[in-house]
Design a binder for this molecule. Structure first.
Ligand code: ADE
Length: 419
């Protein structure tokens, strides 16, 4: 079996980490039990390009229990948990190509190693695997039956591919499920982003001006968690609806050019590029912390920052690089501008990944069952599956809800009764 991980001796540590995560993933484990009996993926070759974390380890073991022949590579050069990668290789015989801190060239060579596995299914987080497949390995495209995509950025790229007539097979947008983005994006990103920043810096959030750029599902989560820790949160937005919502949620709104002058901590979660740009660095306070929690490292213009920096940035703590500007101010970039929650922390907690990966597992089963009749498009999981995941999650949390009475059902389906 071919693989490329940092050190197989880390496997025992990784096994403990995966089992710890699985304790908090009851929905996925329940699905695994059924898959082990029914083998819905018997012999299906899957190439997964995901953040290699303990939660992803739990998903890989679930797909394997269902009969899949899987290979896993990293979806970000800095998000791999090396001990998890080692355990999947050594204890589960799943080939993994991922090393934390790999350079861009190795990152892409790992994607290509996953594609050498000749997959019939792609499971992507950010659309890099699908992009390489369509751009550089078109000869393999006819073998692909279906794909799944985990994240907002990946779904945006896939919809652009569809729009330009480039997409060649049906893909499920896992991010579109309510049991994904309502929880993973909001509470997962909210908590893990603040956690990553604190682990990297030990900064006190109370009393700080925290600037959150982007008020989508992730931005909402980050802004609310920062507020909960006592920060004075400023939101920057380009969408009037999102800005209005943030305003009525109690946050200050201002253009980034103004926020840049007063922020102590900057967090980008927009999915766009150069959100923090050279003109902003030029007016920032000495000692400001700059972090990104969007999928790509394009949100903070690091090239622009380097162009106004004297000498090389200095590593002052793990995951903190200090840029000394020509006028003497110092700006601190966290996690190299990559996803701070996975670079400096453990990513989203297992309890929330339970629902995201239940969507991956059940979504893949649904897509494969319907592969022949699925048009080439970006699909959403059926509402019944989404609701079933919510029901199972509530059940696992010992939370009961009410059921409509027959009279209430009839009332909701009628129009005659009024005032
Ligand atoms: N994305 C964010 N957090 C994650 C995690 N813990 N595992 C996999 N993907 C993630």
């Amino acid at each position: 079996m071919k693989y490329d991980v940092k050190d197989l001796n880390l496997a025992e540590l990784g096994k403990n980490k995966i089992e710890w995560a699985e304790n908090d993933m009851p929905v996925l484990l329940r699905i695994r039990e059924r898959f082990a009996k029914e083998k819905p993926f018997k012999g299906v070759k899957v190439a997964a390009c995901l953040h290699v974390t303990s939660e992803t380890g739990a998903l890989m073991r679930t797909l394997k229990a269902g009969g899949a022949d899987i290979v896993l590579c990293a979806s970000n050069p800095l998000s791999t948990q090396d001990e998890v990668a080692a355990s999947l290789v050594k204890n589960d015989e799943i080939p993994v190509f991922a090393i934390k801190g790999e350079d861009n060239q190795t990152y892409y060579s790992h994607l290509n190693s996953a594609l050498d596995h000749k997959p019939q299914v792609t499971m992507d987080d950010g659309c890099d695997l699908v992009s390489v497949l369509h751009k550089e390995r078109e000869n393999q495209v006819p073998d692909i039956k279906v794909g799944t995509e985990e994240t907002t950025t990946g779904v945006i790229r896939l919809r652009a591919m569809k729009e330009h007539g480039a997409l060649k097979f049906p893909v499920l947008a896992v991010n579109d499920s309510k049991t994904k983005h309502y929880f993973d994006n909001r509470y997962g990103t909210g908590q893990s982003t603040i956690d990553g920043i604190i682990r990297a810096t030990n900064v006190l959030m109370a009393g700080k001006n925290v600037v959150v750029s982007g008020y989508g599902w992730c931005g909402r989560g980050v802004a609310n968690r920062a507020k909960g820790l006592g920060a004075n949160v400023i939101v920057t937005e380009v969408d009037p609806l999102a800005a209005l919502e943030a305003l009525m949620d109690g946050f200050q709104i201002m253009p980034i050019s103004d926020a840049a002058k007063v922020g102590d901590v900057f967090i980008t979660v927009t999915g766009n590029k150069s959100v923090l740009d050279t003109t902003h660095f030029q007016v920032m306070r000495n000692g400001a912390l700059l972090a990104n929690s969007g999928h790509f490292d394009a949100e903070i213009n690091l090239k622009g920052l380097k162009s106004i920096t004297e000498g090389q940035p200095k590593q002052v703590r793990p995951f903190v690089e200090q840029y000394s500007l020509k006028d003497g101010r110092k700006l601190n970039v966290l996690g190299g501008g990559r996803l701070i929650n996975l670079a400096a922390g453990d990513g989203h907690p297992a309890s929330v990944m339970d629902m995201s990966f239940a969507n991956q597992a059940l979504g893949l089963e649904y897509m494969l069952k319907n592969a022949g009749k699925m048009p080439v498009d970006v699909h959403t999981i059926p509402e019944e599956i989404d609701r079933e995941i919510a029901r199972l999650k509530l059940l696992s949390m010992h939370v009961a809800i009410d059921i409509l009475t027959d009279e209430q059902e009839r009332y909701l389906a009628s129009w005659e009764e009024g005032t």
